[in-house]
Design a protein around this ligand. Structure first.
Ligand code: NCD
Length: 350
């Protein structure tokens, strides 16, 4: 059964993914056939962080389905500047619309929002935690252009610590067959402990590298990312982590270079003209898969969780976790590789 909310790509079964992929492919081919499917429906977009592609592609998706859009792109224009809690905003806005897309700097924010919403919640990025609709876009792009998600050797380069698109895509590829991972970054921007534990526990092959040159000739997919300065990652001038035409010359002829965008200086501008650089096509494909997701989530009646105020103390130690700002949330905990992990932000509880 397709989940009620879309908080994390890993909640999808193989069958759910196939349904989405098939629908997105049909939409991509003939979008006009779907132009009435959401007539009378309203998408609410609550964007507490800057966004170009994600917000506009969600808005485009709903408009192309014949629906309407409300919301804010700048929290400065909403009651949050007056100190309104996420809970109150979500309770109110979900009573005005049929589906919500939420982007927040609070890690686990979408999970918390789903406890108070009366309509399906889509996680459009929660701090440096996850970005599952970007992952749908990435998976759709890879399968559309490559024909499969199995047996791929995938390089991730850039900010693996704070890059939420990296975290979500690693989770997704861990569930595909025989993925081999190359993780290219500055030593201080390696994956967070919870993701390192997931890779170790799953028994997949993965290698940490200090430069793209160490692995470029082995890759089927290269996922480039920018350094997330706004989340405290130190900018890097390290040429070994930049993709230029010389590195591309050593790559496979059928490599696909993806990037969630925005890109800064991690890719030389000349690489844009290489047919293997597919990041602009990737961003375009994001509209079709988001249309497919909206259709799927609106298919059946929503059962609200109506979460109650918790009297239990906060257990998470991550200052960026939603439980820091919304203190009366029910604590969520799971064990992984002997570590205690917070169920909202997936960070280790210290
Ligand atoms: C990404 C994001 O917001 O996490 N962009 C996006 O949604 N396409 C990547 C980034 O900001 O670096």
């Amino acid at each position: 059964m397709f989940p009620q909310n879309f908080l994390d790509e890993t909640v999808l079964t193989e069958e759910d993914w196939e349904t989405l992929y098939k629908r997105a492919s049909e939409i991509h081919q003939s979008p006009e056939l779907f132009s009435e499917d959401c007539r009378g429906k309203i998408l609410g977009t609550l964007f507490y962080e800057p966004s170009t592609r994600t917000r506009l592609s969600f808005e485009t998706a709903m408009l192309r389905l014949g629906g309407d859009v409300i919301g804010f792109a700048d929290p400065g224009s909403a009651s949050v500047v007056k100190g309104e809690s996420l809970k109150d905003t979500v309770k109110i806005v979900s009573s005005y619309c049929d589906i919500l897309a939420l982007r927040t700097p609070l890690e686990g924010g979408a999970t918390a929002a789903s406890q108070f919403s009366s309509v399906p919640v889509i996680n459009a990025g929660d701090g440096s935690h996850l970005h599952p609709t970007q992952t749908l876009t990435d998976l759709f792009c890879i399968r559309h252009l490559r024909g499969t998600l199995d047996g791929l050797t995938v390089g991730f380069c850039g900010d693996l610590f704070n890059g939420r698109t990296v975290h979500s895509l690693i989770d997704a590829l861990l569930r595909r067959k025989k993925t081999v991972f190359y993780l290219v970054s500055e030593p201080e921007l390696r994956l967070p402990a919870a993701w390192q534990a997931k890779l170790k526990d799953s028994g997949v092959r993965f290698h940490a590298c200090d430069s793209l040159d160490e692995c470029i000739d082995k890759l089927d997919i290269l996922y480039m990312t920018r350094i997330q300065r706004e989340r405290g990652s130190a900018p890097s001038e390290n040429a070994a982590l930049r993709l230029g035409t010389e590195t591309m010359a050593r790559a496979k002829k059928d490599l696909l270079v993806l990037h969630p965008l925005p890109k800064l200086n991690e890719i030389a501008p000349e690489v844009d003209d290489d047919a293997r650089a597919v990041y602009f096509a990737q961003a375009r494909l994001g509209v079709s898969i988001r249309m497919a997701l909206i259709l799927q989530l609106l298919q059946k009646p929503y059962v609200p969780q109506n979460a109650r105020v918790s009297s239990l103390p906060r257990i998470c130690t991550n200052p960026k976790c939603v439980t820091e700002k919304e203190p009366r949330l029910e604590p969520l905990l799971r064990m992984q590789g002997g570590q205690k992990i917070c169920g909202y932000c997936d960070r280790e509880i210290l």
